[in-house]
Design a protein around this ligand. Structure first.
Ligand code: G4P
Length: 531
């Protein structure tokens, strides 16, 4: 296992920030990502990220793109240096490629940057993503974007965030006007104004509020002072503990398109977001500064070229450090393996990583020996927790066009399921195969892959399932009775765990009420015992 004395592990940990962006499509994630990479010097030209955005491609293009694969793999993790820190930005697939990967990526970060469109406010997908962050109490920094367009009043937006996301807001900056009358932001800590017009050249010239005569035309200083007083008096005090616990979010305003206010949000990430911390496992907390290497896999990406059937497993380093090659204990398989030639993901290219530290992500080539949720340690048998499977929200019945290919389809779905591309449920009382996903494109990917990789011609039909809940109970008798009574609505997932296929929200509520001794879980931990 890699241990080395000349590495200052504590310093490497302290300078790392690992985060993801959560937002509704079109709020500005791609634009912000690009500005962050520009600020970090990882790219030189605007447009680099934009051109890659998979949502921009027509659906037919997507398959081609995915075939060549390089694109989505390299943009999965973007590492760059900023202000003496190593920043890992993990991509959360949005638009069409929204999937369980999006959710699971959030289990591998230490903080999230939430982007809200200033005209639209809190949108549906942001709510879903924040719920996932809440499972781990992830600290959230908020960026309210597109102030250069007509926006809703800032207090309105803060109020909506508090009410619909259940997280207290503490404005760090405050917008002065919006749209055509947007003139800048006021920074509470600096007690100064950053004029919008001066920022086009990316130099920041903060003007003290006291120096009224220097403020740009268009700022009514008295009105601004009154407004700032009002906001200051409203009790939005920043509390670092509340932020770390995910109860409070500092809010920044700006325009990603014009790179205005983005630097302040990135500075906040470096200054107040936590470095990699201890991770919970089945047996104990694992501290990042433990000498022995450990980590877990949160995402698998398959190479869709059938002649190169390898997969890349994305592993988050939790403790110690990786250096090529590192011997590690593959806990699920119960044997030592060599993790070699791992790739790290610089913003613009894939390079072989010589070293990786807690908070970093490495990509490990394998041929199916690594699954989502797998833990690697220095020999200890423990399993990192909190990398769950999420209850799918969309369902289809897989129908085989050629009955002779049943075995091939089962094998294909098993393998594709292991990569987390889709979940497969087998009803207890018939031979259907039910696929579950959170994004529509997942079904198309599966159909395409079945056809091209397994030569299985399949069709997917709608099925009357609203959601699934994994079922467990301390009472074996009650569980057995439930199995009998609800047999037509029960299935096992790929791991053999029992799941209830609810036809509607009302039906789910009824079942939960009728069976108080049973537990209905919206997530299932990797490796948990089948119910
Ligand atoms: P996403 O990744 O969250 O889906 O959003 P993306 O960054 O692609 O932004 C969505 C649209 O909003 C883009 O316009 C983008 O240019 C615009 N946008 C992002 N930030 C700002 C901002 O601060 N101000 C203004 N005015 N617009 C912003 P589009 O027309 O859909 O794309 P494009 O044709 O300009 O590329």
């Amino acid at each position: 296992m890699s241990e080395s004395n000349d590495i200052d592990l504590a310093a490497e940990i302290a300078r790392r920030r690992t985060f993801a962006i959560i937002s509704h499509p079109d709020a500005g994630k791609t634009t912000i990502t690009e500005k962050l990479l520009l600020l970090g010097g990882a790219i030189q030209v605007a447009g680099t990220v934009k051109a890659r955005k998979s949502g921009r491609y027509a659906r037919s293009d997507w398959m081609e793109i995915e075939q060549s694969r390089g694109i989505s793999v390299t943009s999965s993790v973007m590492q760059f240096e900023y202000a003496d820190h190593t920043i890992n930005l993990l991509d959360t697939p949005g638009h069409n490629d929204f999937s369980e990967d999006t959710y699971r990526t959030l289990t591998a970060v230490d903080a999230a940057l939430m982007i809200i469109d200033a005209a639209k406010g809190v949108e549906e997908r942001t709510i879903r993503l924040l719920e996932v962050c809440r499972l781990r109490h992830t600290p959230i920094i908020t960026f309210i974007n597109k102030l250069d367009r007509e926006s809703r009043p800032p207090l309105d937006l803060l109020d909506e965030i508090e009410k619909s996301l259940g997280i207290a807001c503490t404005p760090a900056t405050w917008p002065i006007g919006s749209g055509k009358s947007f003139v800048g932001v006021f920074d509470f800590a600096r007690d100064a104004v950053l004029p919008y017009a001066t920022r086009k050249d990316e130099t920041s010239t903060w003007l003290p509020l006291a120096a009224a005569e220097q403020l740009p035309a268009g700022i009514d200083r008295d009105a601004l002072v009154d407004e700032i007083e009002l906001v200051r008096g409203a009790g939005f005090e920043f509390n670092h503990d509340d932020f770390i616990a995910g109860r409070q979010t500092p809010v920044y305003f700006g325009s990603a398109l014009h790179n205005f206010g983005v630097r302040e949000a990135l500075d906040a990430l470096v200054r107040i977001a936590p470095p990699p911390g201890a991770r919970q496992s089945t047996t104990r907390l694992v501290a990042p500064d433990e000498k022995t290497f450990s980590g877990f896999v949160f995402k698998i990406q398959a190479n869709m070229d059938p002649s190169h059937r390898d997969r890349i497993a994305f592993l988050r380093v939790c403790s110690g450090h990786y250096e090529n090659p590192t011997r590690a204990f593959h806990v699920r398989l119960g044997r030592e393996v060599s993790l070699q030639n791992a790739v790290t993901f610089m913003a613009s290219s894939r390079i072989r990583s010589e070293q990786a530290f807690p908070g970093d992500i490495i990509g490990i080539h394998n041929h199916g020996t690594i699954q989502i949720g797998d833990t690697f340690t220095g020999g200890e048998t423990l399993q990192f927790t909190g990398i769950p499977y999420f209850a799918p929200e969309l369902f289809r019945r897989a129908v085989l066009r050629d009955p002779l290919r049943m075995k091939a389809m089962a094998k294909g779905l098993q393998e594709i399921g292991e990569e987390g591309a889709v979940q497969v449920f087998k009803p207890l009382f018939n031979n259907d195969l039910i696929l579950g996903a959170v994004g529509m494109l997942q079904f198309e990917v599966v159909a395409w892959r079945l056809q091209h990789e397994y030569r299985v011609d399949s069709a997917f039909e709608p099925v009357d399932i609203y959601t699934v809940r994994w079922v467990s109970s301390d009472s074996a008798a009650d569980l057995a009775e439930f199995r009998e009574r609800q047999a037509t609505r029960l299935a096992t997932d790929a791991s053999g765990a029992l799941a209830y296929l609810a036809p509607s929200r009302a039906a789910l509520a009824l079942v939960v009420e009728r069976w108080p001794s049973l537990r209905f879980h919206a997530t299932r931990e990797h490796g948990s015992a089948p119910a």
